[in-house]
Design a protein around this ligand. Structure first.
Ligand code: FAD
Ligand code: NAI
Length: 472
């Protein structure tokens, strides 16, 4: 006997669980299937983000930042710390507790919203009537609409599979049991910088090998340069324009043969190696081919602008489809699809999806970079304001970086905002709101911002577009 639902969501990460909640809010009889297991084999909804991504990485970033502050920065505030010690086991278990709180929170939200939760792998099967049903273990579910939100997996280097002992994906990188003396990372993208920062702060000597000749190519060049300076100063060794060769892993650690930008052969000997070279969409076990669900050459489910797949009433959202692999992008798509199923007009504005790299300094941006505007031939004005000239940043003792505005030369509409510095992750929200409302730089420049606050740097950068900063 099959169970019938209006909406079945496959995957309980940010894309899937949020789609399920929104569908239930809209009055649909909704099921969500997720296969993630906790250490005891029980359900752990929340996907990559909750279990081995956003949440545990931010927990460790916070803990390691406290450790570094206590060791290096408290003395500047007149606080002497004696006998500072690292209890890594406690730090890791705190991170696990934060993860569990999020898993439990999602199970609670399912109950509250009357979403039926199934723990197991969901896969498409052909039904007797020529349609399809979703199999979860022994159960058979039939839905009027299916939303696929099966996420992504870490990409391995060809010939070097993850063993999570020496060669680590994001999963192993978040549970190293002792601080490695030497840590190597392949890829200086978002994970490389965040995980490299965590383990460097805890005492590892970190080397990052990056294939591209430019640092953070997707980030505004001026901001990326400023960030690189800060990372260099912290002792994060980043080698650009490298070619990674043979990787040997043994009892003593990992040896990486690589060629530097000048073409010279090098060897990196490390205790552990994190490979963070991007992620691949995940459709393992879904039986996409069996029902003719179309995938592109990268393995992503092909969708249109509304997240519709080639199969009728089958939708897909999040990391498993095109677009940035970000939790909030997945969530927005999940909400939009549930609303479209209800005949509403949910939409996702790709131009105003913020990006944040949670290093110190934090890097955050929304909209176009200066290099993108130049390439597109758009005439723009730029304004920057350094945190060095911001009173709150001085009081905090963190004056690295700046806020940068890019506005249309004719209309003054904000085209992009880029921040490197303290609390960039929070400051960027103002820019996102402003861009959603198609504000001008002058709009922000004329808004009263609390003093003393880091957000005054945002106002001042907007003033700088018109060359009338007040404090610099
Ligand atoms: P996922 O979160 O991957 O969830 C998919 C779920 O589906 C998983 O639980 C999986 O087990 C389940 N599943 C897969 N196939 C099946 C099946 N057949 N049946 C049942 N269940 C199935 N993004 C941010 O925005 N901010 C951050 O700070 C951030 N930090 C990150 C840090 C790290 C280390 C990593 C790796 C990623 C980070 N991300 C961050 C990216 C973010 O985690 C992803 O963009 C987000 O999780 C995508 O959500 P999703 O729902 O599409 O997929
Ligand atoms: P990434 O795409 O951010 O960076 C991968 C880096 O590896 C790139 O710089 C690339 O040039 C480099 N690279 C690729 N192949 C290489 C090779 N063979 N040798 C050396 N370098 C190589 O991918 P990453 O860091 O794995 O993260 C995956 C995704 O997860 C991110 O793109 C992002 O969508 C998401 N994420 C988001 C976070 C956030 O929002 N704060 C945090 C962590 C991850």
């Amino acid at each position: 006997m099959s169970k019938n639902f209006d909406v079945i969501v496959i995957g309980g990460g940010p894309g899937g669980y949020i789609a399920a909640i929104r569908a239930a809010q809209l009055g649909f009889n909704t099921a969500c299937i997720d296969e993630w297991k906790n250490a005891a084999g029980g359900p752990a909804p929340g996907g990559t983000c909750t279990n081995v991504g956003c949440i545990p990485s931010k927990a460790l970033l916070q803990s390691s930042e406290h450790f570094e502050h206590a060791g290096k920065h408290f003395a500047d505030h007149g606080i002497q710390v004696k006998g500072l010690d690292l209890d890594l086991a406690k730090m890791l278990s705190r991170k696990d507790t934060v993860v569990k709180q999020n898993n439990d929170g999602i199970l609670f939200l399912f109950k509250k919203n009357k979403v039926s939760f199934f723990h197991g792998r969901g896969s498409f099967a052909k039904a007797a009537d020529g349609g399809y049903e979703i199999k979860v273990g022994e159960e058979s579910l039939v839905g009027k609409h299916i939303i696929v939100a099966t996420g992504s997996n870490a990409r391995a280097l060809p010939g070097t599979p993850f063993d999570e002992e020496n060669i680590l994906s994001n999963d192993g990188a978040l549970r190293i049991q002792g601080v490695p003396k030497k840590l190597g990372l392949i890829g200086s993208g978002v994970i490389g910088l965040e995980m490299g920062s965590v383990w460097r702060r805890l005492g590892a000597e970190v080397t990052v090998l990056e294939a591209l000749p430019t640092f953070l190519g997707a980030v505004d060049e001026q901001i990326a340069r400023e960030a690189k300076k800060a990372f260099d100063k912290q002792g994060l060794k980043i080698e650009l324009g490298v070619k990674v060769g043979e990787i040997k892993s043994g009892k003593k650690g990992v040896s990486v043969a690589w060629t530097n930008a000048k073409g010279e052969a090098q060897t990196l000997e490390v205790d552990k190696l994190i490979v963070s070279i991007g992620r691949v969409p995940n459709t393992i076990g879904l039986n996409a081919e069996g029902v003719g669900l179309k995938l592109d050459e990268r393995g992503a489910i092909v969708v249109d602008g509304d997240c519709k797949t080639n199969l009728p009433n089958v939708w897909a959202v999040g990391d498993v489809v095109r677009g940035p692999m970000l939790a909030h992008k997945a969530e927005e798509e999940g909400v939009a699809v549930a609303e479209r199923i209800a005949g509403q007009h949910g939409h996702v504005n790709f131009n105003t999806i913020p990006w944040v790299i949670y290093t110190s300094p934090e890097i955050a941006w929304v909209g176009q970079t200066e290099q993108q505007l130049k390439a597109a031939g758009v005439k723009y004005k730029a304004g920057t304001f350094p945190f060095m000239a911001n009173g709150r940043a001085r009081a905090l003792g963190d004056t690295t970086g700046m806020v940068k505005f890019l506005a249309d030369a004719t209309t003054d509409e904000i085209l992009g905002v880029h921040i490197v510095g303290p609390m960039a992750s929070e400051l960027i929200s103002e820019a996102v709101v402003a861009m959603e409302f198609r504000a001008s730089a002058e709009d922000i420049a004329r808004i009263c911002h609390a003093h003393p606050s880091l957000s005054e740097a945002t106002k001042e950068a907007a003033l700088a577009v018109d060359k009338r900063t007040l404090n610099f």
